[in-house]
Design a protein around this ligand. Structure first.
Ligand code: NAD
Length: 441
């Protein structure tokens, strides 16, 4: 079997060890020749790099492993780039969350004003990464997890339409796992229909691989409990703020009982509840810095100090599994069914062709082929059109350096009630983001 070469961009990410673990556990299905980490923060990456080097020397010594800040070394000859960068890191995420909250607006990583601020930072970093990949590895595919995925995907569509970049999100996979626990089965036994935008969609059907329809059973559960269950599924989605989110799906379901909601809709349908439940002094960024980030880097330091990863090593999370399955689908033309972010082109019949939508796709060596989801109801169509137009205006505003368009993008977000509020929070975010954003005139 061919062995593959993979570079993980954003090598210093808290998700890197989980992805490496998943790759190691799947060597039988996806053999590796080379595995390199690339980051523009060498110091941060080196902590994880050194620990992963120890782990691999014990578990998979045949893999050529390195970590580097040199793009030529990182990308040359690679088959896949698994990207998960965070431009501005957690320091800027904290501001994305806390500045909007000062204005009584949603303070969140990917939704609302904070998400748009993050989007304005991510576009430049992502285009830089794509260009490096194409310069040093023209055949390479980029599997991109970097957020905010909806805005990044729209920017890729406009700025790099021919690039081999697939933008993906682990949220539908994570929720499917919860649904499978509700049903007492596993995600690989289920097949779904879904439509929406990234972090803005609905499941219309949940079926067993044998065709049994479980949709009503899951709906009955979500009507009472949301997606909350007692099973510890991973570390990423069991923090207290995530538990609240799983519970809130009950309220989302009450608004639209025909379908099963993506939990991120809580920010658009119940923004005042979300603000009321936020602590402006301690947001999700603080929770992650004191939780997942601390745990991952503490584990890395412990591995380095002990000189071994055999006990108390890194573990796999749900984020990691999807990206390996996707790489396999492309490498081996498996035609696996996966939810992906793609240009609509008729997949949702009554929605613009040039919208980046999230729908089930058949993935093979040509990339994703969307599965038609038919027409969607007016309620969802209207919500999605408002949201996608906001995302498109933001990307246009970034490209043209247009204050007007970015202000309009903020004004269109359902998380911001008035143009006045939109302007106030935008002006604060411009100051906070400084050179991370293009100059807006
Ligand atoms: P993190 O801050 O721990 O790591 C991000 C790394 O990216 C840092 O080491 C940073 O130095 C590096 N980086 C920033 N800009 C770069 C550039 N231009 N080139 C190379 N490296 C660069 O962040 P994290 O919490 O581990 O998250 C990483 C990314 O994954 C984020 O974008 C996050 O939103 C995303 N994420 C996506 C999903 C999804 O399903 N789509 C799920 C979870 C996290």
């Amino acid at each position: 079997m061919k062995k593959f070469s993979v570079v993980i961009a954003g090598g210093g990410s808290t998700f890197t060890p989980g992805i490496v673990r998943m790759l190691v556990e799947n060597l039988g299905r996806f053999p590796l020749e080379r595995l390199y980490l690339y980051d523009n923060d060498g110091e941060r990456q080196a902590i994880l790099g050194e620990a992963i080097e120890i782990m691999l020397s014990e578990e998979a010594p045949d893999i050529d492993f390195a970590y580097t800040t040199d793009p030529k070394k990182a990308f040359t000859g690679m088959d896949f780039c698994m990207a998960h960068i965070r431009v501005g890191k957690y320091a800027m995420r904290e501001l994305d969350e806390k500045i909007p909250l000062k204005h009584d607006l949603i303070g969140q990583e990917t939704c609302g004003p904070g998400g748009m601020a993050y989007g304005m930072r991510s576009i430049g970093g992502m285009m830089e990464l794509i260009d490096l990949m194409e310069q040093y590895a023209p055949e390479c595919w980029m599997l991109n997890y970097s957020n905010p995925a909806a805005i990044v995907a729209e920017a890729c569509r406009v700025l790099r339409p021919d690039s081999k970049v697939l933008n993906i999100c682990d949220m539908p996979v994570g929720t499917l796992r919860r649904m499978s626990q509700i049903l007492g089965t596993t995600p690989d036994q289920l097949e779904v229909d879904y439509f929406g935008l990234n972090h803005f969609g609905w499941w219309t059907s949940i079926r067993g691989k044998d065709g049994t329809d479980y949709t009503e059973q899951v709906k009955a559960y979500v009507k009472e409990n949301g997606y909350l269950n007692q099973v510890e599924i991973d570390t990423q989605h069991t923090d207290p703020s995530w538990q609240e989110t799983h519970k809130k799906a009950k309220d989302l379901f009450a608004v639209e009982p025909r379908f099963l909601p993506n939990t991120y809709l809580q920010y658009y349908l119940f923004p005042e509840d979300m603000v009321a439940h936020s602590n402006p002094e301690y947001t999700r960024a603080n929770e992650v810095m004191g939780g997942r980030e601390k745990e991952v880097f503490d584990t890395a330091r412990r591995i380095i100090a002990n000189g071994t990863a055999k006990e108390n090593g890194f573990h796999i999370d749900s984020h990691a599994s999807f990206i390996v399955d996707l790489a396999r689908a492309i490498a081996f033309n498996t035609h696996e069914r996966m939810i992906m972010i793609v240009e609509n082109n008729g997949a949702i019949a009554n929605f613009p062709d040039d919208a980046m939508v999230e729908v089930p796709c058949i993935v093979g060596s040509k990339g994703p082929e969307p599965i038609a989801q038919g027409k969607i109801p007016n309620f969802e169509q209207a919500l999605m059109f408002q949201q996608v137009t906001s995302e498109k205006l933001l990307v246009e505003g970034f490209i043209e350096g247009s204050y007007q368009k970015v202000w309009q993008a903020f004004t269109l977000s359902r998380t911001i009630p008035t143009a006045t509020k939109a302007r106030e929070v935008l002006d604060d975010l411009i100051v906070a983001n400084g050179d991370f954003w293009p100059e807006l005139k």
